[in-house]
Write a protein that binds this ligand. Sequence first.
Ligand code: ATP
Ligand code: MG
Length: 287
Amino acid sequence: MDLSKFLVQPNTKVKLSDFPSDYTCKYKSKDEAQGKLIDNIAEMADLQDKLYADDRWALLLIFQALDAAGKDGAIKHVMSGLNPQGTMVYSFKQPSAEEIDHDYLWRINKSLPERGRIGIFNRSHYEDVLVVRVHNLIKSLKMPKSLLNDNIWDVRHREIRDFEKYLSENGIVTVKFFLNLSKDEQKRRFLKRIEDPSKNWKFSASDLKERQFFKQYQKCYEEVISETSTKYSAWYIIPADKKWFARLVISEVIVSVLKSLNLSYPKLSQEQIDNLKVYKEQLLNEK
Ligand code: ATP
Ligand code: MG
């Protein structure tokens, strides 16, 4: 699949209307895409095993979206073949009192994946330039008043770029997914959550309130993605109206990023190989 369709090149001005949310490439149905997704999940498991054994790189996958875009489902399905020992998932909610008492990257830093691991962020530091901006929450945070200038969002975008560059220079590869959902499809999904008893628990009245800010969020996402897609840490805009297609593209991106690291199992020195022969002898000659 040509992933460049979804990749946001550095220094481009993103318009979400240029990214159709119902795009499905050559695939016409979930069944058609299923085989490729299964292959990708298997390949990801194999690459994760090498990532873990190599123990140098870490991969950080960031998922951002409006409500009901399918972040949770994508994480559940795409990561289903991974070894839980090498994976960490964090969901970032409204900050706690302790988190508010720190800079906004504090909780992010604490949750970064160790080398050899895959970290998955369900929401992230991007909330601090999205929900915080759309709802003007910055005033209720404990920032010194003199630092709350009009250019606070430019400052934060620059901080995020710098932070992600720092991560990349330390072997933590970040990949960012924006699940691009249409307003109509969001409505359909909310209605399903209300009508289907097994999905009732997923519905929250606050999601409807947020829906009223759909346009503002889209505008804000356009700016944030334009400002923070870099060669160190790229954004992918994933068509999310068809969940099965979103999952397929996400799996393709993850496989291609892991492959680009040229991972391999650690090679033993001649001395270590010779030692293995000795250990084998010892085991075979056990009385
Ligand atoms: P679900 O699919 O289960 O609804 P969710 O990610 O929407 O998943 P919720 O518990 O519904 O999880 O919502 C978390 C809320 O926390 C979101 O509305 C998000 O915008 C908000 N949030 C996350 N980070 C921050 C932040 N730094 N400041 C303010 N609000 C935040
Ligand atoms: Mg929610």
